[in-house]
Design a protein around this ligand. Structure first.
Ligand SMILES: Cc1cc2nc3c(=O)[nH]c(=O)nc-3n(C[C@H](O)[C@H](O)[C@H](O)COP(=O)(O)OP(=O)(O)OC[C@H]3O[C@@H](n4cnc5c(N)ncnc54)[C@H](O)[C@@H]3O)c2cc1C
Length: 421
């Protein structure tokens, strides 16, 4: 079932060179942000179709062409977002609630907070949708019996939040939090600052790295973190590797199988079903062009300017084997985005997840830094009025539905907190 949504963004043309990491970043961002675009891959004979460009190494590439005929050269995400009218500064001096992260949990919090009359600002450092924005088809979210694309779900929520009056600040990152009296002041990476009476941290998780030699050199040049939605059509006729055995890897393998000649899933564990939902295991087994290599992990990535091959070790036999490929997608789980909390009184667990509610109690006692006589609300961190929702929270379920539910629930606690301050 198609759930097409309409947006008022223009249709762009992105011109660049195959294997360009910058061009990949742009495609990924536009695709997640539900902006229609054509990718024009240049070669020696077509480089001069971009004004002022004669060679493929010209620094004016990648270039973006807008429907009005104007161009953006040496294009980057910030400049593109600016041209789309998405870059703005906070409109208010103070908000009732500031929400960090526009994945499912942050979007849900924004929809409920704004719809209930709270002055709401939502801050997103990259593309709206978070991890869900890279999901080709979410099949287990209630109400969509044939599934819904993660980008569509997120874009619908974004439109809904804006309609209710939430302000969204794109490509801005919360980097530092200060708790002054009953106000929360967050510094943004670009020098701005947001003051609010409460905040909701919905910053989710980011991909764990493979930790193989030279991996930075290949990032966006054949080695990708995440499900690589924007890259799938380019994998037509290719051999694609998907690393990981969880649901995100399983979904990616099924999606790439529509385009690639063959998809090989590399799974570290001995059985595909150990981490993967049953419905995905069945779908993968039914795909003639998906192979699963268990007990396997990548040990090196090789190539010149782009990935050309990988070496895979079988952990049972210790044998290694080299495979030629230009596309490797690593979906090997994540770690929480909570470095900003390290100098605050917000308690994190050993893996960096934010601890909330009853989990703050140790031998029946709250942390010394808890300043109120009442107990923390469920979803409230060790700092009153500061909440955590979704994947970033200690003990979270890592599902779209639970992230959405927590976002909505946190808003009810925000109301109670504000009524007491
Ligand atoms: C490929 C893939 C497929 C999936 N499929 C399913 C599925 O079918 N069903 C299902 O239930 N779940 C699925 N999941 C899991 C689900 O997407 C996550 O559980 C869900 O997205 C968590 O939502 P979240 O809002 O807590 O965090 P995230 O989605 O991780 O969003 C966090 C957001 O915060 C932003 N951010 C981080 N730090 C900052 C900062 N300092 N300032 C501002 N912004 C910041 C990030 O850029 C990101 O946009 C899938 C995940 C992936 C990766």
């Amino acid at each position: 079932m198609a759930h097409n949504i309409t947006t008022d963004t223009p249709h762009l043309r992105v011109h660049g060179v195959a294997g360009s990491a910058k061009a990949y970043e742009i495609r990924d961002f536009l695709s997640r942000s539900v902006v229609d675009y054509d990718w024009i891959e240049l070669d020696d004979s077509s480089a001069n179709t971009v004004p002022g460009v004669n060679t493929l190494s010209d620094p004016r590439l990648p270039a973006c062409e807008f429907p009005d005929g104007s161009w953006l050269f040496s294009a980057n995400l910030h400049d593109i977002a600016d041209r789309l009218g998405w870059v703005s500064s906070p409109k208010l001096k103070e908000y009732d609630v500031s929400i960090y992260g526009a994945g499912p949990s942050g979007l849900s919090a924004a929809v409920y907070a704004a719809s209930e009359g709270l002055k709401t600002v939502l801050i997103e450092r990259h593309a709206v949708g978070g991890q869900a924005g890279s999901s080709s088809l979410i099949e287990n979210y209630m109400g969509f019996p044939r599934g819904i694309g993660g980008r569509e779900l997120a874009e619908r929520a974004r439109q809904q939040a804006v309609r209710f009056g939430a302000e969204i600040l794109h490509l801005k990152e919360g980097v530092n939090a200060n708790f002054v009296g009953d106000r929360i002041i967050v510094d943004l990476g670009d020098g701005g600052r947001i003051t609010a009476r409460s905040n909701i941290c919905a910053t989710g998780i980011e991909w764990r790295r493979l930790d193989v030699p030279d991996e930075d050199r290949f990032l966006g040049r054949g080695l990708f973190y995440g499900a690589g939605f924007s890259e799938a059509p380019m994998c037509t006729g290719e051999r694609v590797f998907v690393i990981g055995g969880g649901n995100s890897a399983g979904q990616a393998a099924i999606h790439f199988a529509q385009y690639a000649l063959e998809v090989i899933m590399l799974v570290r564990r001995g059985d595909l079903g150990e981490q993967l939902s049953d419905y995905l295991v069945r779908k993968i087994r039914a795909k003639h062009n998906v192979q699963v290599h268990t007990n396997s992990e990548v040990v090196t990535v090789e190539g010149g300017g782009q990935v050309e091959s990988i070496t895979v070790r079988n952990n049972l036999t210790a044998e290694t084997r080299v495979f030629e490929t230009h596309y490797v997608f690593a979906c090997i789980g994540g770690q929480p985005n909570t470095n900003w909390a390290s100098h605050t009184h917000i308690l994190r667990d050993q893996r960096g997840y934010l601890v909330t509610g009853n989990d703050l109690l140790r031998d029946g006692k709250l942390p010394d830094t808890w300043s109120l006589s009442r107990l923390p609300f469920h979803l409230e961190t060790s700092v009153p009025g500061s909440f955590a929702v979704g994947d970033v929270r200690h003990g979270s379920i890592k599902r779209v539905a639970t992230a959405v539910g927590e976002g909505a629930m946190a808003v009810a606690f925000v109301h109670q907190h504000l009524a007491q301050t």
